[in-house]
Design a protein around this ligand. Structure first.
Ligand SMILES: Cc1ncc(COP(=O)(O)O)c(C=O)c1O
Length: 360
């Protein structure tokens, strides 16, 4: 059979070793006589799985002790409501939330936040992040929200923390599609959140990393099951967490540690992205639309200049085992998502096909 490489934006490719281990442990986890799916979330077996997952993620991202890691449900999108519901409790009516708008996901976050507070879009561009000096930040804003990797448009960036305006603000970052692919200084953020289904594990788990002093600020209408403080105080067991998803996430964290951790993932991500963007840039047959400085290392949208060849391109890709390359319906074209679990061989296979299809 042709080797399969899955370029889906998410749910996305997982390490084969992780899937093989999960398959081997499916019916009987470590001699317990139970599948992980059948375990009480409060029993010793699952608690050991949970604690190892939390510890490994903390180690991988060097999460400081004054931050809690929550394993929640609801996906990345629900955080757009849960963040204001959890952070605005201590703010007077009329609080403002600042946003950097860089594409579809920040768009959705902005729309949701308007239900809870005034919104100021401090900077906006879906192809190039405006220079930070031009960001019109609100003094005393409740927090600044940014999506540091726009999965659909392919814009990735990290703020410049030397900006003195960043000293006191609470920074909230949606890292759903690039968490664990690059080193970050968690201490610079108030809240980091990420849906699991790209670089972490199966859909259904949402990671929230939050600084301790931001807990306990929920609005009275915040649903209890989504009150970060209650979730933190109960080690993510206030209600039943997505146990099987946490187990798979834990296996992915172990796999990441074996591979060399986040620094090694970053090295690989740079190599894979360079390989792909160089091939796209070298050909007149394809185009990319994001400014080079903001090109995502994880999600690479590209277009055939002659869009009438799109279907033939996708059919040829599928025949070669290169799956799920169709771009998001809102932007069209193609998109190759090259997350941590995508080996460089997969990117090379895509580059070979890009060249072949372009007749190079
Ligand atoms: C950056 C980003 N934020 C939020 C979401 C929404 O996540 P979910 O579908 O888990 O709600 C996605 C999903 O693809 C995403 O890529």
């Amino acid at each position: 059979m042709t080797h399969i490489y899955n370029f889906s934006a998410g749910p996305a490719v997982l390490p084969k070793e992780v899937l093989a281990q999960a398959a081997a442990e499916m019916l009987d986890w470590h001699g317990s006589g139970m599948s992980v799916m059948e375990m009480s979330h409060r029993g010793p077996e699952f608690m050991s799985i949970y604690k190892a997952a939390e510890r490994d993620l903390r180690e991988l991202l060097a999460v400081p002790d004054n931050y809690k890691i929550l394993f929640m449900q609801g996906g990345g999108l629900s955080q757009n409501a849960l963040i204001p519901l959890n952070l605005l409790g201590h703010k007077p009516e009329g609080a403002t939330i600042d946003f950097i708008h860089t594409g579809s996901w920040s768009d959705k976050s902005i729309k949701e936040a308007r239900k809870y507070a005034n919104v100021n879009v401090a900077a906006s561009s879906a192809t190039q992040v405006p220079p930070q000096a031009e960001w019109r930040l609100t003094p005393g804003a409740a927090y600044l929200h940014m999506c540091t990797n726009e999965t659909i448009g392919g814009v990735e960036y990290q703020p410049d923390f030397n900006d003195p305006r960043f000293k006191d603000l609470v920074l909230v970052a949606d890292m759903s599609s690039h968490i664990l692919s690059r080193r970050i200084d968690v201490a610079k953020y108030g809240v980091i959140f990420a849906g699991a289904q790209k670089n972490i594990g199966p859909a259904g788990v949402t990671i929230v990393i939050i600084r301790d002093d931001l807990l306990g600020r929920a609005l009275p209408i915040c649903p209890s099951a989504f009150d970060f403080k209650l979730v933190a105080d109960n080690e993510s067991m206030y209600n039943t967490p997505p146990t099987y998803g946490i187990y798979i996430a834990g296996l992915v964290f172990q796999w990441l540690k074996k591979q060399g951790g986040v620094a090694e993932m970053e090295r690989r991500a740079i190599a894979k992205a360079e390989l792909l963007y160089n091939a796209l840039d070298a050909s007149d047959f394809y185009e990319t639309r994001v400014a080079p400085a903001n090109r995502s290392r994880m999600n690479v949208p590209f277009y055939l200049k002659d869009e009438s060849k799109n279907e033939a391109f996708l059919a040829g890709a599928k025949a070669r085992g290169l799956l799920q390359l169709k771009g998001h319906k809102s932007v069209g074209g193609m998109r190759a998502s090259i997350y941590n679990a995508m080996p460089i061989e997969g990117v090379q296979a895509l580059v070979d096909y890009l060249n072949e299809f372009a007749g190079l």
